[in-house]
Design a protein around this ligand. Structure first.
Ligand code: BEZ
Length: 187
C-alpha cells in the first residue's frame, strides 16, 4: 500500500503532488533570491559567543560563503583563501561583512580561521548543529567522508537581510560558481 501510494504520488506533477501531500511532505526548496535569511544563532570562536544571523546580515551588503568542512583540501587551499585574498576588492564593492559558515564546532572554525589568516577579514562562523544550514536547505549528508551532515558549498550576496544572489555548487562539494572571483561578478 505504501509503495503504491509512493508510486502514485511520485508520478504526479510536483505542484499537484504537493497539494495532496501538503500536511506530510515538504518539497525541496533551498533558499533563493528574494528570500529573507532566517534568524539563527551561529557561534564564533567558542560555544559561548553567539552571532545571530539577523543581527550580522540584517543591515548592509554581506557575502556569505559556506564550506563542507574546515581544514578540508578545497576549502582550505582554494575556497576560503579566495575571499581572504580579495577582501580589499570586496570592500571596494561595498561589502561590509564577509562570513564563512561551516557545520563544524566553533573551536575548529576558529582554529581554521587562524591558520588561514582570516583575522579581521572573514568571520569564521560555526553552524554547530547545522540549524541554519538545514533551515535554508543547504544540508548534505557527508557521513561517508566527513562523518555527518555538513553544508553544501555555496556563496550568496545578502543585502539588508535579503538574498540578492546565490550560487550553489551543482555537485555540492566542488568549487566553481561559489568561488570569490565569481561572486565578485555578482556585486
Ligand atoms: C574538500 O576538499 O573541500 C572536501 C573534501 C571532502 C569532502 C568535501 C569537501
Amino acid at each position: 500500500m505504501q509503495s503504491m501510494r509512493h508510486f502514485v504520488i511520485s508520478s504526479l506533477p510536483r505542484a499537484v503532488a504537493g497539494r495532496y501531500l501538503s500536511t506530510t511532505a515538504t518539497l525541496n526548496m533551498p533558499i533563493k533570491e528574494g528570500d529573507k535569511l532566517p534568524s539563527v544563532d551561529l557561534y564564533e570562536g567558542d560555544p559561548g559567543t553567539k552571532v545571530n544571523t539577523k543581527d550580522l546580515f540584517g543591515k548592509g551588503k554581506s557575502v556569505i560563503f559556506a564550506v563542507p568542512g574546515a581544514f578540508t583540501p578545497t576549502c582550505s587551499e582554494k575556497h576560503a583563501p579566495g575571499f581572504i585574498q580579495n577582501i580589499s576588492q570586496l570592500r571596494d564593492k561595498g561589502v561590509t561583512t564577509v562570513a564563512c559558515i561551516g557545520v563544524n564546532d566553533p573551536f575548529v572554525m576558529g582554529a581554521w580561521g587562524k591558520a588561514l589568516g582570516a583575522d579581521d577579514k572573514v568571520r569564521m562562523l560555526a553552524d554547530t548543529g547545522a540549524t541554519f544550514t538545514k533551515k535554508i536547505e543547504m544540508d548534505v549528508d557527508l557521513t561517508a567522508v566527513l562523518g555527518g551532515v555538513r553544508s553544501k558549498r555555496y556563496a550568496m550576496v545578502v543585502q539588508d537581510g535579503v538574498v540578492k544572489a546565490i550560487k550553489a555548487e551543482p555537485d555540492n562539494t566542488g568549487l566553481a560558481c561559489s568561488a570569490a572571483i565569481e561572486v565578485m561578478k555578482l556585486l
